[in-house]
Design a protein around this ligand. Structure first.
Ligand code: MTE
Ligand code: MOS
Length: 908
């Protein structure tokens, strides 16, 4: 059916005959090319597609066009102009309410709908207005501030008050992020926003079972379906039908067997997305259904069937840490505490679903996609297509959140394969359901811990055993379980340690990198253990932590001597002060007797950088352009954490030039140097250092032409001319290698002849402590977090506003992990297959958050800075569990701590 309508969009009238199935989002994006409105889920669960319809904020993906006759629609493009920013955009920019930018246009439109009606909204009203808009990056705090600022700017008709920076020294200054303006205007071009003439759309056919043999695949009907150009099966892959960051193990397209529900069995390429979707449903796969192993405990059993028949058992990897003599250590303990802890699979739920455009260009294939490391993608695509590396070019597009989930390809190899097979551009975008079905997850972990301490609170021994669910393929299980063993002690000196971690294959989604990377799960157990020990010893839990804290000159569980940059105690102290203040503030307030107040605190530490003797360097290129502007080319990807801005600040400071004349190009494999994966919170440190080094080299070059120290665009344009006359290019390329690290060999004990440096598995660590105040409703079991004070050692805050945003985002992600989120599946279906089911925190769930920046200089880091993007998440779940104990005397050790669980624990 079709309907004739008249609709006004951003003041332009359109007379259209529309299909009854067409929604407003697709009309805006596909028919009108208004790509500022984003598609994050297609189900009305995320709000990225919010526009204003007849004065009301509407999620355009759930508005049918045939209902819009006479409607007036406003989109982000309607409030964006060449000249400047609208007051809302200005508010978002000033408050730094932008990270990955994918939710930003929707947030801004929801804000506009609010402010059009209410000039002075209360915090309640703001939360109510934005309750359908999910953000996975910011933790919402800056967004609330931005809406308030926007309301203020609107009323005052105020101009933007830019902080004036008097010299070109930008370290520690919250300059306007490089990506801010294009993101608030909806002009940032994400992978799904690309379009090509004659482009095909690829759709995957997924397995129906967690475990089955493929008997046959019948594509006849699908091939005959309208618009279908090609259907790719395993046999169509010219090169290696396997990919993976550690070992190429996961089939690009399964051939004989499926090992999890997200396994791809065929890919349909058709002229429209609908045609591809339709044909994908017509592919008939006959399976012999087999019994899946869905638990790593089961997979560990002696007689468990093998997930990978070519392996001896289901163990992906085993890591051990041995320090001192653990049995002796326990003999000296006055108290021994044991506990079992469980953390579930978690979906990254970045707001931008996986997307990619592949295009034939002469004899190469170019791929546009958001990712965490273009080079790794390039290698995997080249290997599967059996092409030399230089025939594949991967261009990084803004990444709408990664959080570890975009280190490995999903659609990219399949899109490139489609281009290879058809010689046409191919677009592939996962729907939210497909994204959840296919992508990697945070490792579920079973954690057993045993600690021994003396009467006076000295930790003397610790034993941990972790069994992690690696899922069907290895992904990054090796380094993830490594971290879960190494960080199991927490930031405490323990002389006798035995930590074992196992990763087990199952028929679940492959588990991989996820913010915290194994340290998160271990921290959950370790920090509840700390509180239990303190309780048993009748000691203040902060005091217990202080007594055993990591300091310069102490040894970690792997025998590494801690040198500079150990800011743990400072975070503990800051969080303790905040905790005391919270107690003062909240304990005085009377509340109903069924609402119990509780306070809790937890700490964590994790590595910055890859370490363990692996390649960890990053490159940088800096060039002066004819215009006098400066281009920085690097291999780090900005998925919202702000590295584009950080490197621009570093380059401007080192070169003594204005920040505004710096442009950053990231992760284009043809023109940018490799920076390794954007992982392990490493890029501020490694790429930051590479850029600083390159800037210093360039400065030296410039000194032949110009004497003044401070330079501007004009002088640089002049220098460019002078250099051209001499035939010199004002360009430098360099590499930075972080301090040498060594692999961990299991034994932390001194070995004759082995120097102490050989125990340096990492060159930098970061630290965090969070204090939480909450309320437990003993009638419903509901836990309401009232306030979080989160202290983090960042070395040096290059961009304080950004750092705070990272802390707030990590805190809220940690709250989701603690209280509500889990990814569930069984042998035939994903149970939590949409954003609603996944229970990602919303704006209405967040407490007051006070980020506290601790700066303990890391000597080798750029200007003393180190990475910080992950560790802030770790203390949240244990701090909340500890606070629940404080409130109602029950220990919750299995995540998520949903109200049903709390209630049943309360009932005993
Ligand atoms: N912040 C936003 N907004 N989006 C992200 O995807 N990823 C986190 C963290 N902060 C992420 C983020 C993860 S998992 C890592 S490893 C670091 O950013 C990487 O950034 P860095 O290397 O620049 O510190
Ligand atoms: Mo982050 S999990 O190290 O990409």
């Amino acid at each position: 059916m079709k309907t004739k309508i008249t609709i006004t969009v951003n003041g332009v009238i359109y007379n259209k005959t529309v299909e009854d199935t067409l929604n407003l989002l697709n009309f805006l994006r596909e028919d009108l090319g208004l790509i500022g409105t984003k598609n994050g889920c297609g189900k009305g669960h995320c709000g990225t597609c919010t526009v204003i319809v007849n004065g009301e904020a509407k999620r355009s993906c759930i508005v049918r066009m045939n209902k819009l006759d006479g409607a007036i629609v406003e989109t982000i493009e309607g409030i964006s102009s060449q000249e400047g920013l609208n007051y809302i955009q200005e508010g978002f920019v000033q408050e730094g309410a932008i990270q990955c930018g994918f939710c930003t246009p929707g947030m801004i439109m929801a804000t506009k709908a609010l402010l059009d009606k209410n000039d002075d909204p209360s915090e309640e009203a703001i939360k109510e207005a934005l309750k359908n808009n999910v953000c996975r990056c910011t933790g919402y705090t800056t967004i609330i501030k931005a809406v308030k600022k926007a309301a203020y700017l609107k009323k005052q008709q105020a101009e933007c008050v830019k902080e004036s920076i008097l010299s070109n020294q930008y370290i520690g200054q919250s300059v306007i992020r490089k990506d801010a303006l294009s993101k608030v205007k909806g002009e940032r071009v994400f992978a799904d926003d690309y379009k090509e003439k004659d482009m095909l759309y690829g759709k995957m056919v997924f397995s129906q079972y967690a475990h089955a043999k493929i008997i046959s695949i019948d594509t006849k009907e699908a091939e005959e379906s309208e618009g279908v150009v090609k259907i790719a099966m395993a046999k169509d892959i010219p090169g290696q039908n396997a990919f993976g960051l550690f070992e190429a193990e996961q089939p690009v397209i399964a051939e004989n067997e499926v090992k999890y529900l997200g396994e791809v069995v065929a890919v349909v390429y058709a002229k429209t997305n609908e045609q591809a979707e339709h044909a994908a449903r017509l592919v008939k796969v006959e399976y012999e259904v087999l019994k899946p192993i869905l638990s790593p405990i089961e997979a560990f059993e002696e007689d468990a069937p093998l997930v990978h028949e070519d392996r001896e058992n289901n163990i992906v990897h085993y890591v051990n840490v041995r320090k001192g003599e653990v049995d002796e250590g326990f003999k000296n303990a006055d108290v021994v505490i044991e506990g079992y802890y469980y953390t579930p699979a978690i979906e990254h739920a970045y707001l931008e679903p996986e997307a990619c455009l592949a295009k034939p260009e002469e004899d190469t294939i170019t791929i546009w996609t958001g990712n965490q490391g273009s080079k790794a993608y390039q290698e995997m695509i080249a290997t599967s297509l059996d092409l030399p590396m230089e025939k594949i070019r991967v261009i990084y597009t803004p990444c709408g959140g990664g959080f570890g989930g975009k280190e490995e390809p999903t659609v990219q190899i399949h899109a490139a394969l489609g281009t290879y097979l058809t010689q046409k551009p191919v677009k592939m975008v996962l729907t939210r359901e497909e994204s959840i079905r296919m992508s990697i997850k945070r490792h579920p972990m079973h954690v057993w811990m045993k600690h021994g301490a003396t009467k006076d609170g000295k930790l003397v021994a610790m034993e941990s055993r972790v069994i992690a669910d690696a899922g069907a393929y290895m992904s990054q299980t090796k380094p993830v379980i490594f971290r879960s063993a190494v960080t199991a002690t927490g930031p405490y000196v323990i002389p006798n340690v035995k930590a074992d971690s196992y990763g087990l294959y199952t028929h679940n989604n492959p588990s991989g990198a996820f913010r915290g990377f194994g340290s998160t799960q271990a921290s959950f157990g370790a920090e509840i253990q700390m509180d239990k020990i303190a309780e048993k010893l009748n000691m203040d839990p902060v005091e217990l932590r202080r007594k055993n804290a990591f300091k310069e000159g102490e040894l970690t569980s792997t025998g590494q001597l801690l040198k500079d940059g150990v800011g743990y105690l400072e975070t503990l102290e800051a969080a303790q002060n905040a905790l005391n203040k919270m107690k003062e503030d909240y304990q005085g307030v009377t509340r109903p007797t069924h609402k119990k107040l509780g306070f809790g605190l937890a700490s964590s530490y994790k590595n910055v950088g890859i370490g363990t003797g692996k390649l960890d360097q990053a490159g940088a290129i800096i060039e002066i352009e004819e215009s006098g502007r400066i281009t920085v080319k690097m291999g780090a990807t900005d998925m919202g954490q702000g590295v584009d801005t950080i490197v621009a600040q570093i380059a401007a400071t080192a070169l003594n030039v204005p920040y505004d004349i710096i442009d950053v190009i990231a992760c284009d494999t043809l023109i940018c140097p490799d920076g390794g994966m954007t992982t392990a919170s490493r890029q501020t440190y490694v790429t930051g250092n590479a850029v600083k080094k390159a800037a210093n080299l360039l400065k030296e070059k410039l000194s032949q032409y110009i004497e003044v120290n401070e330079k501007n665009q004009e002088t640089l344009a002049f220098v460019y001319q002078e250099a051209s006359k001499k035939g010199e290019k004002l360009s430098v390329e360099t590499d930075y290698r972080p301090p040498k690290t060594y692999p961990h060999d299991g034994n932390a004990n001194p070995v004759p002849g082995k120097p102490i440096e050989a125990y340096d598995i990492h060159y930098s660590y970061c630290f965090a402590t969070a204090a939480v105040a909450l309320e437990v409703d003993t009638r419903t079991g509901e836990v309401k977090v009232l306030k979080v004070s989160a202290a983090q050692d960042v070395g040096k805050a290059i961009h304080p506003q950004n750092i705070k945003g990272q802390i707030e985002g990590a805190v809220v992600m940690g709250m989701g992990f603690a209280l509500s989120e889990e990814f569930l599946q069984d042998d035939t279906k994903i149970i939590t297959d949409n954003l609603n089911q996944l229970r990602i925190p919303k704006i209405t769930d967040i407490p007051e958050i006070a980020p506290i920046i601790v700066e303990v200089k890391q000597n080798e880091g750029p200007y003393g800075a180190k990475g910080m993007g992950e560790v802030g998440l770790n203390p949240m779940a244990p701090a909340i569990s500890n606070a629940i104990f404080d409130a109602v005397g029950i220990r919750l050790q299995i995540l998520p701590m949903k109200k049903e669980k709390v209630l049943s624990a309360l009932k005993g």
